[in-house]
Write a protein that binds this ligand. Structure first.
Ligand code: ADP
Ligand code: MG
Length: 274
């Protein structure tokens, strides 16, 4: 095991995000490769609280469908570093940019793996709240894992429609903008299913579904599209099973949306593609 940050050598930057920077690092003694996410600790208390939440979640998750955390270090500066398994094919966002759109059989495998990850998290009472292509990591074995618990939440009995939001709003479900209209029995878990549906449509058509290709999202346009527009659907080229799966994910009314366990037995996911 790795006891000190000084046992690690930084190789390059893998990505930047809201919270900080992710580096590819090498363990000097064993040459093992890891990803190290460093987030600034000298911030206000709400942000700090969220960092500790992320820490708590990463420490307690243990699933092949969730990126593994091998340790958390607190630097003397207050910065916090998460040592994680390195995913050598990057994010689904990168793969989409470099290799183009995905086939239905790949998307079926991606859907199954993300659903297994969400099944694990939801059973642990964790809502991810930021499922999108750049938070889904892949490796060369084509394993897909959920990462980035930067805005996740451990649910308690009191339901919090969580209006306070620090991530991207683009993948947010209608009930998160407007719980009164779309959130009968609002419980938070269904929001992850909406985001998964949007993610799969994006990976199939090649651009964020609510906007024409290339348009930069702005909050007002998006909120109107998500709350007042029809949910995105797949083009005619998609199979009936895939279309049906996406309809089950992209129900605007959260109580009509399928749950993780229902979706895990949907034909799109259970079908044998060989
Ligand atoms: P943020 O909260 O800043 O978005 P993320 O955890 O999503 O932080 O990491 C930011 C980026 O760093 C990701 O989009 C990805 O490109 C890269 N990255 C993060 N973790 C890993 C990892 N374990 N392996 C490879 N790349 C990673
Ligand atoms: Mg991220």
């Amino acid at each position: 095991d790795i006891d000190r940050l000084s046992d690690l050598e930084k190789l390059r930057v893998l990505g930047h995000g809201n919270g900080g920077t992710v580096y590819k690092v090498r363990h000097k003694r064993t040459s093992a490769i890891y990803a190290l996410k460093v987030v600034q600790g000298d911030c206000d208390t709400t942000v700090r609280r969220q960092i500790f939440r992320e820490m708590e979640i990463l420490r307690r998750t243990d699933s092949p469908y969730v990126v593994r955390c091998h340790g958390v270090f607190e630097k003397p500066t207050g910065d916090i570093a998460f040592l994680m398994e390195y995913m050598d094919a990057g994010t689904l966002e990168n793969v989409l940019k470099s290799r183009g759109t995905f086939s239905e059989s790949s998307l079926s495998s991606i859907a199954r793996q993300v659903l297994n990850g969400l099944n694990y998290l939801h059973t642990q009472k964790i809502v991810h709240r930021d499922i999108k292509p750049s938070n889904l990591l892949v490796n060369k074995k084509m394993e897909v894992k959920i990462a980035d618990f930067g805005v996740s939440k451990i649910m308690c009995r009191t339901l919090d429609p969580c209006v306070s939001y620090v991530g991207t709003c683009a993948y947010m479900s209608p009930e998160r903008f407007d719980p009164d209209t779309y959130g009968a029995n609002y419980n938070g878990y269904a929001a992850d299913i909406w985001s998964l549906g949007l993610t799969l449509v994006e990976l199939y058509v090649g651009h964020f579904p609510f906007l024409p290709p290339g348009q930069r999202p702005d909050w007002a346009t998006l909120m109107c599209a998500i709350c007042f527009g029809e949910p995105p659907s797949l083009p005619d080229s998609a199979s009936e099973d895939f279309k049906s799966f996406i309809r089950c994910c992209l129900q605007k009314e959260s109580s009509k949306r399928w749950t993780v366990s229902q979706l895990l037995s949907h034909p799109f996911v259970t079908k044998d593609w060989k």
